[in-house]
Write a protein that binds this ligand. Sequence first.
Ligand code: HEC
Length: 207
Amino acid sequence: MKHITRLMPVACLLGATAAMAAAPDAPLKLPFNERGELQRPADYREWVFLNSALGLTYGPNRSRPGEAPRFSNVFVNPAAYRAFQQTGQWPDGTFFLLEVRASEQPVAATAGSSTQASRVALEAAVRDSSRFGGEGWAYFSFSERGQLRDTTAPLARSASCYACHEAHGAVQWTFTQFYADAFEHARQLGTVRRDYDPQRKIGEPPH
Ligand code: HEC
């Protein structure tokens, strides 16, 4: 027994050193299936929460006439967020989810208040330069006629996502300008694009 106790710290130390050596270079793996479709992560609500915006939905996700403005919540995989905190850049293997929710006005609450209600859409952006080339971004929609698909193929390069994100994202192709803490990191680490104009955060108003 005495013997084992003496050996244990050595074993722990070796284990810890191996883990530390492997961590920085280990590529983040994205969940693509053999058909090249992205799998919807069941646990994304345990990921890092970056922001919730009200009324910043666009395209097919915009609120219907007469409907209250919708919320959009942004989550990112924790490993990519840890890398971003070190470098101010979103690494290959970054996986963002944009969750759109209806809003409702609680009956007995202060006038003007809104809370989040049912999920109406789930979209994704991932970065994988070896798979997609160029800056590495590809865009996806898990929403299909009010339901969520388990897997989905990348949207075509001609989809509006690519042009708007490339033109107006302040850090790489992402709207990090709206993710307050992350944006502060990017500013400190000098990774905000040079022509970013804080007066026009999204360029043209979203449609
Ligand atoms: C008109 C500009 C515009 C278009 C077109 C657009 N987006 Fe975005 N996107 C935004 C803005 C603004 C945000 C900021 C976050 C928010 O809405 O809460 C964003 C955020 C995102 C995010 C969170 C990560 C990031 O890059 O900041 C994802 C994922 C996303 N959009 C997916 C899509 C997909 C998929 C499409 C195409 C079907 C699309 N977007 C089309 C403007 C656009």
